[in-house]
Ligand binder design. Sequence first.
Ligand SMILES: [Zn+2]
Ligand SMILES: [Zn+2]
Length: 418
Amino acid sequence: MRAVLDHIGIAVGDLDKALAFYRDALGLHLEVPEEVPSQKVRAHFMPVGESSLELLEPTSPDSTIAKFVEKRGPGVHHLTLRVEDIHAALAQLKARGIRLIDEVPRPGAENALVAFIHPAAAHGVLVELKQKPDPTVLSTTRVALGGFSLTSVNDGPLKLDGGAMFGVVPRPLWSKRTHADDRNRIPMAMRPLVVEGDWGRMLIDCGVGEKPDAKMRDIYGLAPQLDVSLASVGLSADAFDVVLATHLHFDHFGGATRRTADGVLVPRFPKAEHPLRRAEWEDATHPHERNRASYLQDDFVPLLGAGVVTFFEDDQEIRPGVRVVRTGGHTGQHQIVYIESDGRTAVFTADLIPTTAHIDDAWVMGYDLFPMESLAFKKRFIREAIDREYLVFFEHDPYVAAGYIREEHGRRFVEPVK
Ligand SMILES: [Zn+2]
Ligand SMILES: [Zn+2]
């Protein structure tokens, strides 16, 4: 990997004394300090050429920096290497069995992504990897698969409760793979998939859409942007012949309708056929206490009146090379989508494997209505995905749109595609 020295972090006991040396005696320029509340430190950067020194001043006695100084005295705390692709860098380290503190990047200052390598692996030095800026917003990923072009587009961020996203997995385990905010929500995204073949253009799922009000946007951390994302790859809502749903939850199919200026709900993709699994439609239009918050009638009922819906009953090919397979588990009729061409297979896994943090069999969401069904399907599917090298799309992953699930020495990881 190509890495450049970004900065060296120095833990400081007495800031004034440290400044007397670094600023006054050495004459280094001091930038405006940056608060990092999550670490309880104030960071004072001083550029030295292409790199910087970072004086780390604890703002609370229980800050890790305060504890470091107490135990070992002030001094060099870490060094930070800047890499172009932190996910690729971590995958490369993992493949070599390097011990990591962060298996997945966490958000750092200035929208950077950071991850720490264990000092035991780095000869006693705490090494931080950094990639900037955060590529979540509006990132799109295009790959060719045989005769298809697949483009993962982005309807922006989604934040859901970390506990609910990982079911029975305890927080000390999942917090190694993702980082919850002060409302215990983890960062996610909504990434519908554009499939272009010789039969036309399909959108698989369509995000949350523009209907959510301010309260709902706040609760779920939404900033819908699918139109902008489509425009960035030269498309618009009129460009689709088919809009396929994995299931009718609002974060997957809310974007199927929009409200006109006079408040009427109409199809957002007016030229598209919307093939729906009939039993999912029945469940969605007859919600109960456990799923009512996820099935919002305004998302799909207006489509029926507009005459854009077709129903199907069982697993089948929706268009040549694109077929749906019922997984159940998450909802009774949740389905994933296989895209096959020239001996290659891509799978849009929706809420079966929502993020790259969910690639272990038992990491099943608390939201799932039938978790044992999820587990059984997932176990079989992931084995198959590893053995046959499926290109897996992760609809809710904040950073990785798609990748290959690998297994080495009994440990799983995702090798992302660019
Ligand atoms: Zn769902
Ligand atoms: Zn979902």
